[in-house]
Write a protein that binds this ligand. Structure first.
Ligand code: GDP
Ligand code: MN
Length: 388
């Protein structure tokens, strides 16, 4: 799960990571109130969306007066912000962050993230932070410093000092900087974060260290033990079909292709996506209804998939184990009755009660295409979308 920058900064504060004074605004008037309360200019007006690259996309503006706050806030609020991370359709801005501007001397990069390959926590930093960090990493990878922490031993002063030295942190900012890394590490551990990132982390002309951006991603599988974080969830930022799917415990992720596919088991779902690609088509989603799905879940999964206008054909690939083929067939027939099927549907199923399942489908009068193998199914569905 992702959260907004201003929410991340609330967590930063709790862990002693310095952030600029400010707060969220949902209207231009609120933005003006906050700016007035800050008691001085410049003030920064920032779009709050779950995507980076806002600076380059025009979603971060410096205001030197009350009038400029009004101007920028009116412009950014309600705009469809397009950045490298939003995709070409952009993201509608519904919230702002208004905060005190600071005197930037240097922009650094800092993050904490688990490294699966060596089962350690990586502290990553660079003195070449800011809006072009991706290019720095690509062109001059030696400027990205990595220090690894064994999570069983925890973070020690030598870890933070090593990172600080390699990042050429000025002496005057050393203490604040190393304390801040420890704070970030503790935040990351306490909340099961898959990423905690500050870009840029700023050193001011006064040698103060301050986080002027925040990005935090949480491991969804651990959210059950972080109820306070769940309050930060912003459904406006999530794909509506994915939100709908999460209500029924379905693992659904929307993709860019036009072949909807419904599968039981994540491994089979991955294999099905592969074989769709191999047949020359592209999957419109990843959808694992789960090994133990019931007819009701199958129905909801099928409905969600069909409500995606990009889906031009559907492949149902089920290995009937705990989810028996007759239950699957029932779910498909019920969903078809409710929403009507307007696209070709190819079915490949095998396993428990497959004969009963096939009979339910053939008695239903639905126009379904039967496939005898995965390859056959993928080829048939690819042909269906190509024939458009
Ligand atoms: P992002 O582009 O979505 O990552 O948004 P950021 O929060 O990182 O802001 C983008 C850029 O705006 C930063 O890299 C800074 O250069 C600039 N910026 C943000 N806050 C301030 C500020 O308080 N003062 C000044 N001068 N620049 C700022
Ligand atoms: Mn940033």
């Amino acid at each position: 799960m992702k959260i907004h920058e201003y929410q991340g900064k609330q967590l930063f504060k709790k862990y002693g990571v310095p952030v600029p004074e400010g707060g969220p605004a949902f209207s231009v008037d609120e933005a003006l109130d906050i700016a007035a309360r800050l008691g001085g200019y410049p003030v920064v007006v920032k779009a709050q969306i779950h995507a980076g690259g806002r600076g380059k996309g025009g979603g971060v503006k410096l205001a030197k007066s009350h009038e400029e706050v009004k101007e920028h806030a009116s412009k950014i609020l309600g705009m469809t912000l397009v950045t490298k991370q939003t995709g070409p359709q952009g993201k509608l801005v519904k919230r702002l962050l208004v905060e005190k501007g600071c005197n930037i001397a240097k922009e650094l990069y800092l993050s904490v993230l688990p490294d699966r390959s060596n089962a350690k926590i990586c502290l990553m930093g660079s003195e070449a932070g800011g809006m072009s960090i991706e290019e720095v990493a690509a062109a001059t990878p030696e400027k990205i410093i990595k220090v690894y922490v064994d999570p069983l031993l925890g973070i020690k002063p030598y870890h933070t000092r090593l990172l600080a030295f390699k990042m050429n942190i000025p002496k005057g900012a050393m203490k604040q900087f190393t304390q801040m890394i420890t704070g970030l590490y503790n935040l990351s551990m306490d909340y099961d974060c898959s990423l905690v990132e500050i870009n840029p982390l700023v050193i001011t002309k006064e040698e103060e260290v301050i986080a002027i951006d925040s990005k935090i991603n949480f491991d969804d599988n651990a959210l059950f033990r972080h109820k306070d974080v769940m309050e930060f969830r912003d459904l406006d930022e999530e794909d509506p079909l994915e939100v709908e799917a999460s209500k029924f415990d379905l693992n659904y992720i929307k993709l860019d292709g036009n072949v909807g596919n419904m599968v039981n088991g994540a491994g089979l779902a991955m294999a099905t996506m592969d074989i769709i690609m191999l047949a020359g088509a592209e999957p419109a989603n990843f959808l694992d209804v789960g090994g133990g799905a019931n007819a009701e879940q199958v129905k909801n999964a099928f409905k969600i998939m069909l409500s995606d206008p990009n889906v031009k054909a559907v492949l149902i690939n089920i290995f009937g184990g705990i989810l028996r083929c007759d239950r699957l067939a029932e779910g498909v027939v019920n969903a078809a009755k409710e929403v009507g099927i307007k696209v070709p549907v190819v079915i490949r199923m095998e396993g428990t009660n497959v004969e009963i399942g096939r009979k339910i489908l053939s008695d239903s009068g639905l126009q379904l295409v039967n496939a005898i193998s995965m390859k056959d199914a993928a080829e048939k569905v690819a042909k269906a979308v190509k024939g458009l």
